[in-house]
Design a protein around this ligand. Structure first.
Ligand SMILES: Cc1ncc(COP(=O)(O)O)c(C=O)c1O
Length: 399
């Protein structure tokens, strides 16, 4: 039976990490995967996480199953982090949250919920470009995917008019995936006025927003980055949010995320949660405990929370500093192409504009690993590798 199978292609991003690990060049640089690295090129455990883990280790009394929807303190704290804790903000009773295994798990639960609960057929609209795993996740749930224009190569900004006119033409009931902040792969986000216009359009055209929120805290700040989400919540009767603690808590391998659903009424939200639980039960039954316990402990303890917010601020600050240094070092290396847009973009990623051939030359001649689309993960830059990296890019551009 299995001997007839042809191997599936490697994942374009995780496959790059595998190739990077095998490279013996001591100066190799990995700008592929979106994992935060500190100034020493390490992905450390946050101090707030370590402290919470020490306490939890002593306090934990059972390894009994969690409820299907996960830790209730975690779910409540997540909702407050996303939507604000002030009921006047409009979420009171309208929102429900279920813990999920990472942002990917939350997206897949959302996809299964949409596919199995809402009237078909519904197309899921993804930004062009988007995180390469988005089509996989929605298609695996049996949903059709298509894309709306998002990135404008000429301005390195949002192709906003084209985006709006495509959204305007979608059939009622379709799902529109929006990146909450730090758009992956472009680093280009909607501004406040653009969020308002999109929210108004989605509401008027009865389209369902699904916000993928994997980088809260990496653009302007933890609260500031939820601005678009809050605008959507004010306009849209129904809303889905798939959020992740992989990046902002550094809990990559603990798989911690959540699916939050906002409905027009609390009874609608409760009914929707019953379906989300049905989907989870048929998939992985109930979520893992450790990472969510850590997040709940940090978010609900004043001291640990302040420490975490400071650690997120430091990660954000380092990335912004690297963006600036990258632009300046390229200039110093005599590169005459204008890369100043990279300093204006947000989060871990930017679209560098490097061609597939240049990406290949960087890897083969300089051991600099970049995704084929030219997306660079700024978090892989350090003060130490900046000179080598920019020298390699200058050499490849000079051709
Ligand atoms: C846009 C986007 N969504 C979701 C995810 C998934 O995050 P997680 O590792 O929590 O599954 C990522 C991770 O890279 C991402 O970039």
């Amino acid at each position: 039976m299995f001997h007839t199978l042809v191997a599936a292609p490697p994942d374009p991003i995780l496959g790059l990490t595998e190739a990077f690990k095998k490279d013996h060049n001591p100066q190799k640089v990995n700008l592929g995967v979106g994992v935060y690295k500190d100034a020493a090129g390490q992905t450390p455990v946050l101090t707030a996480v370590k402290r919470a883990e020490e306490t939890l280790l002593q306090a934990e009394k059972t390894k009994n199953y969690l409820p299907i929807e996960g830790h209730s303190e975690f779910d409540q704290a997540t909702q407050a982090l996303l939507l604000g804790s002030d009921p006047a903000g409009g979420s009171a009773g309208r929102a429900v949250t279920a813990q999920a295994p990472g942002g990917t798990g939350a997206l897949r639960v959302a996809a299964d919920f949409i596919a199995s609960t809402l009237a078909a057929p519904r197309t899921v609209w993804l930004s062009d470009p988007t995180w390469p795993n988005h089509p996989n996740v929605f298609q695996a749930a049996g949903l059709r995917t298509a894309s709306y224009p998002y990135f404008d190569k000429a301005s390195n900004g949002v192709a906003f008019d084209a985006m709006l006119s495509t959204l305007e033409s979608l059939p009622e009931g379709d799902v529109v995936v929006l990146h909450g902040c730090c758009h992956n792969p472009t680093g280009v986000d909607l501004d406040r006025a653009e969020w308002q216009a999109v929210a108004e359009l989605l509401c008027r055209r009865h389209l369902l927003p699904l916000v993928d929120f994997a980088y809260q805290g990496f653009a302007d700040g933890i609260r500031e980055d939820a601005a678009g989400l809050k605008i959507l919540m004010q306009h849209c009767p129904d809303l889905l949010v798939a959020s992740s603690y992989s990046k902002n808590f550094g809990l990559y391998n603990e798989r911690v995320g959540a699916l939050t659903l906002v409905a027009e009424s609390s009874s609608g939200a409760a009914a929707a949660l019953s379906h989300i639980k049905r989907v989870i039960r048929a998939n992985y039954s109930n979520p893992p405990s450790h990472g969510a316990s850590v997040v709940a402990a940090v978010l609900t303890d004043g001291e640990l929370r302040a420490l975490w917010e400071e650690e997120v601020r430091a990660m954000r600050g380092r990335i912004q500093k690297m963006r600036q240094a990258f632009v300046e070092t390229l200039q110093a290396k005599g590169v005459d192409r204008d890369f100043s847009f990279i300093a204006r973009q947000r989060g871990m990623f930017s679209f560098s504009g490097l061609t597939a051939g240049q990406v290949q030359a960087l890897r083969e001649q300089h051991a600099v690993y970049v995704v084929g689309s030219g997306r660079i993960s700024v978090a892989g830059m350090t003060e130490e590798n900046m000179d080598y990296l920019c020298g390699a890019i200058a050499a490849v551009l000079a051709g």
